[in-house]
Design a protein around this ligand. Structure first.
Ligand code: NAD
Length: 498
């Protein structure tokens, strides 16, 4: 049964006036299953006006009361957990247990945001001068916008709006047009949890509405997660229009395997991190950087049969559950296949070829494994965002570290070793934002902050955790002296505290 996704504005689903639509496909069958409205610039401006109106009261609502709405929202999300996970699988394609995991990681940010009364306490200094006190206020910034990618339709929006709302802002979410249902469903549940109308709005669409969010003077802050070229565009455009921006981009995450690593552990870690969610994770490992030919030979020998044996199929309804679902779209499937062709043409050794796998019209590809990939090859330099793992052989630790540090991306990385000194050197010197030691996908917990370095993040502040609270609040510092100390008379020199 085909369905249509509209907008959620001012506390209700609002039918769009736009005549443009995008098709929503079922990646497991390749068939269209619904459509999403591609809203007009005017409709986006209406959502902003509505968010601006709602901000006036919500920003004055005590943080404790705002937190209580989020507590109820978390309960509702948990009650609807399976329904939401099925929705993720149906539109994104990932397997059901992975969709459940995405929800858990997203809900951890809601749990963090529930602590907002504590997080907004600010700083206080008594007697910064005689009879003078100083304290900081963390005040909401206003209307915030979030633009999110297809690969985590629940978790990435949940990195943003719970913290923004808890801090007292109103929010406009522009989800990916490929899997937009989750955003609408979460907005409905937030309303049910008691969020006042207009505080969270969902506008569906493409560049036309994004450009309004980036340029409208009523929007104070923009959070973005997606590919690097768009992240850079979002950052430069919204910054030029006076907004604070955090724009997270693409990745090419290396796992460095030292000769002393526990190889069984490294192999299991690589299988999950490279092929889970069909490689469509910004923290997926796409390069295994192996020190020494003996280590590399042993690793490839163990990996190859496991990659060949991956259970690939629909994300829903298979017993036992598949390990890997389809890719998001026909175009993306063609792109990933093209990268495998490219790797062969560039001279890398294709140990496992996933191109032969198919399931009807679904967007499936099997896991692929390349050995002897060189740093000059496109399959090494560019983000593939599919189930393709490249083995790069390095003669020693220093060469391996230099390769990671010279790569354009710096989102996540991991080292597998049994030597504490090497691990310590690695965590200190590597030029990457999120680092694992014998942990392949080091996604920070909600009470820490998430973000990469280099061309994986534009802007100074990461998502959620302490940085999230900083991003969604303006700091105001008050210096106060009460009348008796004014008896000293006017001061004309630059004030210094005595
Ligand atoms: P994308 O950049 O194509 O789209 C992201 C969002 O931007 C979508 O909402 C889309 O509608 C919008 N958009 C696309 N083109 C636009 C344009 N020209 N102007 C304005 N808006 C535009 O990304 P995607 O394909 O949805 O997601 C995959 C990418 O996201 C990968 O590169 C992945 O690494 C990255 N990602 C990064 C992180 C991270 O934390 N760094 C997390 C998840 C995904």
């Amino acid at each position: 049964m085909s369905y249509r996704i509209d907008n959620f504005i001012d506390g209700e689903t609002r039918e769009s006036r736009s005549e443009r639509f995008g098709a929503i496909f079922d990646p497991a069958t390749g068939q269209p299953q619904g459509s999403v409205v591609l809203s007009t610039a005017d409709e986006c401006a209406e959502a902003i006006a509505c968010a601006e109106r709602a901000f006036a009261d919500w920003s004055q609502t005590p943080p404790l009361v705002r937190a209580r709405v989020l507590f109820r929202f978390k309960e509702l999300m948990e009650q609807h957990r399976d329904e939401l996970a099925r929705l993720i699988s149906r539109e994104h394609g990932k397997v059901f247990s992975d969709a459940q995991g995405e929800l858990t990681r997203g809900l951890e940010v809601v749990e963090f945001a529930c602590g907002i009364p504590h997080l907004l306490k600010g700083e206080h200094s008594l007697n910064v001068g005689r009879g003078v006190d100083s304290y900081s206020l963390m005040q909401p910034v206003g209307v915030c916008a979030g633009i999110t990618p297809f690969n985590f339709p629940a978790m990435v929006p949940l990195w943003m709006f719970p913290v923004a709302l808890a801090c007292g802002n109103s929010f406009i979410l522009k989800p990916s047009e490929k899997d937009p249902s989750l955003a609408l469903r979460m907005a409905e549940l937030l309303k049910q949890a008691g969020l006042p109308d207009g505080v969270l709005n969902v506008i569906n669409g493409d560049k036309e509405v994004v450009d309004v969010l980036l340029t409208d003077p009523r929007v104070a802050a923009v959070s973005f997660v997606g590919s690097t070229p768009i992240a850079e565009y979002i950052y430069t455009t919204a910054s030029a229009h006076g907004k604070r921006v955090q724009a997270l981009g693409g990745a090419k995450n290396h796992m460095l395997v030292m000769p002393d690593a526990d190889l069984d552990q490294a192999v299991s870690a690589l299988m999950g991190a490279a092929y889970g969610a069909a490689g469509e994770r910004c923290m997926a490992i796409s390069v295994a950087l192996v020190v020494g030919d003996d280590t590399a030979d042993a690793l490839v020998a163990r990996l190859a049969p496991l990659v060949e044996g991956l259970r690939v199929g629909p994300g829903l309804g298979s017993i036992p559950e598949n390990e890997m679902g389809p890719l998001i779209s026909r175009e993306h499937l063609a792109r990933v296949r093209g990268y495998v062709d490219q790797g062969v043409a560039e001279g890398a050794e294709l140990v496992v070829d996933g191109r032969g796998l198919s399931h009807g019209e679904g967007y499936f590809i099997g896991g692929s494994l390349f050995d002897r990939v060189g740093p000059e090859m496109r399959i090494y330099r560019e983000e593939i965002f599919g189930p393709v793992l490249a083995i790069v052989r390095a003669p020693d630790y220093e060469t391996a570290l230099r390769l990671i540090n010279e790569h354009e991306y710096g989102n996540g990385t991991a080292i597998f070793t049994c030597d504490g000194d090497t691990a310590r050197d690695f965590t200190t010197r590597v030029q990457v934002g999120m680092v694992g030691v014998n942990v392949p996908i080091p996604v920070p917990m909600a009470f820490h902050s998430f973000g990469g370095w280099k061309r994986s993040l534009f802007g100074p502040l990461n998502m959620h955790g302490p940085d999230g609270v900083r991003f969604y609040t303006k700091m105001k510092t008050v210096t106060a002296r009460w009348p008796q100390s004014l008896r000293a008379g006017a001061e004309f020199a630059m004030p210094t505290m005595k």
